[in-house]
Design a protein around this ligand. Sequence first.
Ligand SMILES: [Zn+2]
Length: 446
Amino acid sequence: MTQPDFVQAAAEATEPSRFGIVASCIVAGAILSAADAQVRNPVLEAIADDAVSAVDLPVSDVLAAAPASFEFVAITIGRNDTLDQLFRGLQLKLSGLAELRSLPDVRKSLDMIRPGDVIQLTHLDGEIKSLTRRIDETATLSVTRPDGVFSASIVENPLETGEHMLHGSIASSLYDAVNLAGGTNRLAVELAHVFQYDIDFVNQAQPGDSFIVAYEQQFQDGEFVRDGDILAAEFVNSGKTYRAVRYVGPNGKADYYTPDGRPVRKAFLRYPVDYARISSGFSSARRHPVLNRVRAHKGIDFAAPTGTPIKAAGAGRITSRGRNGGYGNAVVLAHKNGITTLYGHMSRFAKGQQVGDYVTQGQVIGYVGMTGLASGPHVHYEYRVNGVYKNPARVTVPKADPIPESLMADFKAQTEPLLARLDAPALPAVQVASATPAPTSTHAGR
Ligand SMILES: [Zn+2]
């Protein structure tokens, strides 16, 4: 279809005192068309109460601000739509749009439209009476026109932060264990991140290993939105206990430390990709799937889907970046102490980097692919010390600096209460002190 479909529900109310009833009549009348409109794209839809709550905008504000006789329209932005086109299509007066744009701060939050965005408005014979649109996750632009003059405000609906605890033990993988305990995949990845320097979750995590984690969760209007940061965690690997706690330094930078203030982080990541499955370990003799003959495989292959970001294992300088024989598209980094790392078979390189550039630990340098001699998408990772291949899973990598003595008191004050949660015998869901506490009922049993 070339023209957007119009499904408009008009609400004609003659008496302001009957407004509440009229509003519910609109809803009843519009339910069918709104359901119908959901599948059209691009769509200009009149919307029922159900559909409105689905896009999470404060429809009550729009309705309350509307005069007695009006049309209520919810516009879902389609690809290549412009506000001018949409206004014309709805036969809304463009002078109203111009007036809206002239309001301080409104122009930017109104014109920055992306496909899928929803703009709700009421109008009377094409004359805009009110308008709302969500600007981002926590802010909504609300425009009213009480006495013929537009007045705009940004309504904030901040996220609330709560805290949650999980504990579980490994039967097969960390993912499964975290899922079984009620956590998300994201939490599993974060947990693996925190302990990646000490524990190889791919090869070393085993049945009987266990974890406890205290982490933040974010809510909005009482609904779970997403997991936040891990605050403190414990992982028992083969009977050995590792603990990590989050500390925010005076510079605002957060990192994880052992309870006695030593950084958990080391100079090199264990994996150059996120906790992916290792397709073949380091060995001195293996059958190469492409060359089909035995040759020393001086590195580790991490199988991951094409396009998975590849991260610099440590801070260093790019010494080579380009086509490199059987390695395909490869990047070589030079680090301190004669260490170099190589990343092969990339599908593409990270934009904006070149030989000679410095990259930080964890910075994306390319993406998984299967260029060169590769039978499937993976990153081939090599770690060399003074030119000699080493197994990156076995080398003792240099540690980062501990918390300076001057910050120790602050460190203890921040982290002791967090670490204490790991010792709580019953592991209840703990409520963290925050400006607007999250309702425990929605997540206490997760
Ligand atoms: Zn390889």
